[in-house]
Write a protein that binds this ligand. Structure first.
Ligand SMILES: C[S@@+](CC[C@H](N)C(=O)[O-])C[C@H]1O[C@@H](n2cnc3c(N)ncnc32)[C@H](O)[C@@H]1O
Length: 270
């Protein structure tokens, strides 16, 4: 995989580090120095590219740039309670479980579970997305509030199917596996509540990076793997989506736009 990386002069040192990291993950970058990366520049260069500037590492496309913006989550994290956060209730995150988030994405769900005390291993297989996550993780480590949250997070660059298989082979018992695989965009039209503009923007760019439709891996195999090693498996789905792997859950937590499906092994309860 090859991608242009627009960068500003003050980021040359980070550029070299980025080039090495991505190369080890199978991505070559084509660095292009730019005096000022602003909205006009992004509009004039709409193709998918990396951006390295004063805001850190981002992905740009169609005149916008985005990054897993963990700082923007601080308000929600501070306000979050078990009552307001269905995800925390479903994963029992306040019991400080050993939890694998097998489909990291932008890492927002992991942050929330880690804030409640879960020890989260975040797995992401896409090299660019993983590198963006790593950059967010490093920025979070120097934020007075986020530092204590990300102390509960470990990032792993891997295909979760392989990773879960390895845990099984090592007879590791995990408290919770959390799955939020991609769901085809065309099937999400039924979601009634309007998404925030910021979330929409992030998802649009994410969908350019990740395979869609026919090629899309819907994550059915992950459920089977997860059930072999975890006491509790929680799957996030759009509210009206079919069950993952057509497997009926034992319990559901229903929200306006999404739901959480729970699968428990015998000695666990909802
Ligand atoms: C819908 S996003 C997850 C969003 C995430 N819950 C969040 O809070 O941002 C799905 C992510 O799972 C990743 N993914 C899907 N299957 C995977 C697998 N087998 N191994 C690792 N990552 C996977 C995709 O690359 C994508 O980034």
């Amino acid at each position: 995989m090859r991608l242009t990386c627009w960068y500003t002069q003050q980021c040359v040192d980070q550029l070299n580090d980025l080039r090495v990291r991505l190369f080890t993950r199978g991505v070559e970058i084509d660095p292009q120095e730019v005096a000022l990366i602003n909205a006009k520049f992004l509009r004039l260069n709409p193709e998918l590219a990396l951006v390295l500037d004063i805001d850190g590492l981002s992905l740009s496309a169609n005149g916008m740039k985005m990054q897993p913006d963990w700082n923007a989550e601080i308000g929600r994290l501070k306000r979050a309670t078990l009552k307001t956060e269905m995800l925390a209730r479903a994963t029992q995150a306040n019991d400080q479980p050993r939890l694998i988030d097998a489909t990291a994405g932008l890492g927002h769900d992991s942050l929330l579970m880690a804030k409640f005390g879960a020890k989260v291993t975040l797995i992401e297989r896409h090299p660019i997305l993983f590198t963006l996550l790593e950059a967010s993780y490093e920025r979070a480590q120097i934020d007075p509030f986020l530092a204590s949250v990300v102390a509960n997070i470990t990032l792993v660059f891997a295909d979760a199917e392989d990773y879960l298989e390895q845990q099984y082979a090592k007879q590791q018992k995990i408290d919770v596996v959390y799955l939020d695989p991609m769901f085809p965009q065309r099937d999400q039209n039924q979601q009634r509540p309007k998404k925030q503009a910021q979330v929409k923007k992030q998802m649009q760019i994410l969908h350019l990076l990740l395979p869609e439709d026919g090629e899309m891996d819907l994550g059915d195999a992950l459920l089977l793997q997860a059930q072999k090693i975890a006491k509790r498996v929680i799957v996030k789905r759009p509210r009206h989506a079919v069950f993952l792997n057509n497997d009926t859950p034992q319990h559901q937590w229903l929200g306006d736009a999404c739901r959480f499906d729970g699968y428990f092994c015998m000695n666990s309860t909802e």
